[in-house]
Design a protein around this ligand. Structure first.
Ligand SMILES: [Zn+2]
Length: 500
């Protein structure tokens, strides 16, 4: 037995750094109080190890150190966890469970890989945790309400409202000056906690209201704002609402004037983007159809139509079954000085057979922050391809909030084109394929991000739906789809070139 290690266990003691071990604190934020702090942790062999006693203490456990036995016992709500120094097992209520690594004594504390701790904690009926490995940040949600906390922060060009949820929840919002209202369905809100009369930027006050079947968060703003922009963190449990002041009418005119000038110069070049390709098949249908094949055929037909019947120059982002990164697709459109970017995709619905059977139809999207969970999920699925990219670009949705959106001067044109497409589809395709009953969508599609021109993304139907899949692989449908896009593009061209 190692005598030097047989000291009392004191987690607040300063530990001696062993070889290959570097201190790396974890930042902790507790909800609903918003209190912050740090937890001792170390990096060792590329793995983050966390000191167990202070972490368990934060989570409301009582702990004791048995020095002769070299055992740490943590108890909460009659549940007991026992960790033994240098041993790769732990006890939970006297049952033995394996650990991925032995419990390590470093300095005066016992350490476990954070990953292993999170796996163990899954079985605990305690505060909900959210772990962000990249920033080593742990959120401990002690609230029993589904809307745990709402915080406002003043930013350079607006106010960012952060809503922390115990779980992902469907919601919507309304804005009628001076009220911004967020409605979370099936949710509960701690009305004593979610309440602030302190003015932050142009947000005068906020309060929570509990209804029978929903929870509402109401904000009062002191000046008119643009439509609120919604985004989520990756786990869908944090909703970010960006509020930006409305541009003065002089600014508004200047902006729309300048972007109209760009478009009214004419639609001379268009880049058509067949989604996916190469090692990325996109979504796969129940009969084995690949999204990449459908998008490619429709794109080819659209290209041929444009070449034959319009004076518009057309480029495809891929000429064959090749893998092209999302960033390269828009880069090409920028380099070609394209006046329009049209990305073609096929949607897929995850989930039960019943959901797959009932979800069908086309939908047109433009780039913005998602306004509802469905649109956000479609964007997340389409964005997932970056995992296949050799050198994944640094796509960070959060960084764009309140930054990029303010500069999206093509938003209106993209929205106009989406409407024309939707109308054309309704007119010429509705007998073959329905419209997804959610209207036109907006979400943060990476493939549209960074395109300096009006740009839209078409989900031509649901490959996960057996009847849609049959329609989607039908040659005459693909021809009709290409035709409908062509007609809408021509209408868009006419509308802007004549300044109507
Ligand atoms: Zn796709």
């Amino acid at each position: 037995m190692n005598g030097t290690n047989r000291r009392p266990l004191l987690w607040w003691a300063v530990w001696a750094c062993c070889c290959g071990t570097a201190a790396a604190n974890i930042t902790v934020r507790e909800l609903p109080s918003g209190r912050t702090g740090t937890l001792p942790a170390v990096m060792r062999g590329g793995e983050l190890l966390v000191a167990l006693p202070p972490l368990f203490e934060r989570l409301g456990f009582k702990w004791r150190w048995d020095d002769p036995a070299q055992q740490l016992t943590c108890v909460r709500n009659a549940r007991q966890y026992v960790f033994t120094q240098d041993i790769q097992y732990y006890f939970c209520d006297n049952a033995l469970f394996p650990l991925p690594a032995p419990v390590l004594r470093i300095g005066a504390s016992l350490y476990l890989p954070m990953k292993a701790f999170l796996a163990i904690y899954k079985g605990v009926n305690g505060p909900k945790l959210r772990w962000d490995a990249a920033s080593k940040a742990l959120t401990i949600n002690k609230s029993s309400y589904s809307v745990a906390s709402v915080a406002c922060e003043k930013k350079q060009n607006g106010v960012l409202v952060t809503v922390e949820l115990a779980d992902s929840l469907p919601f919507d919002y309304t804005y009628y000056y001076p009220n911004v209202t967020l409605n979370f369905f099936g949710a509960t809100v701690d009305t004593a906690q979610v309440r602030s009369g302190r003015r932050i930027g142009f947000v005068d006050s906020l309060f929570g209201v509990q209804f029978n079947e929903s929870a509402q968060v109401s904000l009062l703003v002191t000046r008119e704002i643009e439509e609120p922009q919604i985004d989520y963190l990756q786990d869908l449990r944090t909703v970010l609402v960006s509020l930006r002041p409305k541009r003065s009418s002089a600014e508004g005119k200047r902006v729309s004037g300048s972007s109209n000038d760009v478009v009214s110069a004419g639609i001379r070049t268009i880049v058509v983007d067949p989604g996916h390709g190469g090692k990325d098949p996109g979504a796969i249908g129940p009969d084995g159809t690949f999204e990449k094949d459908i998008t490619f055929t429709i794109a080819l037909r659209l290209r041929d139509l444009l070449r034959k019947k319009s004076g518009i120059r057309v480029f495809l982002t891929r000429e064959a079954d090749d893998f092209v990164t999302l960033a390269d697709r828009t880069k090409m459109a920028n380099e070609r000085n394209a006046d329009l970017f049209v990305s073609i995709h096929v949607n897929a619905m995850p989930g039960s057979q019943k959901i797959k059977e009932t979800t069908k139809g086309y939908k047109v999207y433009f780039l913005s922050q998602a306004k509802n969970e469905e649109d956000k999920l479609v964007a997340m699925r389409e964005n997932a391809v970056i995992e296949l990219e050799d050198k994944p670009q640094h796509y960070n949705a959060l960084k764009n909030v309140l930054i990029d959106l303010a500069g999206n001067e093509y938003l209106r044109e993209s929205q106009d084109l989406s409407i024309l497409l939707d109308q054309q589809f309704e007119l010429s395709l509705h007998k073959k394929i329905p419209r997804l009953q959610l209207g036109i969508g907006q979400a943060n599609f990476w493939v549209l991000n960074g395109a300096y021109m009006p740009s839209i993304l078409i989900e031509t139907g649901f490959i996960s739906n057996q009847s849609d899949e049959k329609i989607l692989i039908d040659k005459s449908f693909q021809k009709d789809m290409a035709n409908a896009i062509f007609e809408a593009v021509m209408n868009f061209k006419k509308k802007f070139e004549t300044g109507l």
